[in-house]
Design a protein around this ligand. Sequence first.
Ligand code: PBG
Length: 332
Amino acid sequence: MSYDLPIETPVVRPRRLRSTPAVRRLVAETRLHPAELILPVFAREGIAEPMPIGSMPGVFQHTRDSLRKAAVEAAEAGIGGLMLFGVPLVQDATGSEGTNPDGILQQAIRDVVAEVGDQLVVMSDLCLDEYTDHGHCGVLAADGSVDNDATLLRYAEMAVVQAEAGVHMVGPSGMMDGQIAVVRQALDAAGYQDVSVLAYTAKYASAFYGPFREAVGSSLKGDRKAYQQDPANARESLRELELDLAEGADLVMVKPGMTYLDVLRRVADISPVPVVSYQVSGEYSMVEAAAANGWIDRERMILETLTSIRRAGANQVLTYWAVEAARMLANG
Ligand code: PBG
């Protein structure tokens, strides 16, 4: 039996808008721009040469010299900012090096601000895990738990020391309750009203931070589940958002990236301040490992992951591919 397609019900053809590179470019809803990419970088004390991080192929712990060079390259690539992490020689129970004015992170801030401070937003991680010998993000109570309020006092000191070194924006990442209020208050009291706070607002207890632990020489045994969020929960992030906004956050972050796009979307839908996503170490290493095996198209995957994070609502993205992605975008 033959069938005549009735003329009054033509096939609807969405494919027209996918048919040529020019039309695809015209209708793209999400665009990546180098200015919204932020590169996390590691400054390690007491090394003479940059040290490759085994679990993050292509990423290095920097000397003061190589950090300056990396900062210049980042500025030339046109990215928006740098997030600095310090890897100290000495760790102790209270993370003393985190508040040493000449500690590695403070030196790194001064160096990078002097080198590229006019072109890039210089940010610093405000957390104790790189500096404590037990590897937790705060100081411990007698029972071994992380003491929230004692930790807040350490964060207040860190904020001021980082501001004194010249940082533009601090990133409290320890998930202590009240951390944004305390950091804001400490900065204001010390005369640093112009230093911004990028709040790690919804930060999950994630296995995707695994490679980062090697990157910062963390000695953590156990986990951070008593202060970072449970991957099972999304609604809780809205409460964290409300608190961080009330406490004065200038930007808010959802972290990790790809496994939390739903949370990112929910936060982005209601946040009155810029929403940042952190594409973390494990996301980077998974793609690099698959690419090293020849299983995926590395460059396409980098751009697809970043596009997805932007599409889900992030305004800015921290990514270890920031400079490379910026160059790819510049080359079309
Ligand atoms: C805490 C901090 C961590 C990361 C950024 N800041 C580690 C953690 O919370 O365990 C992870 C970033 C990454 O995995 O790329 N200072």
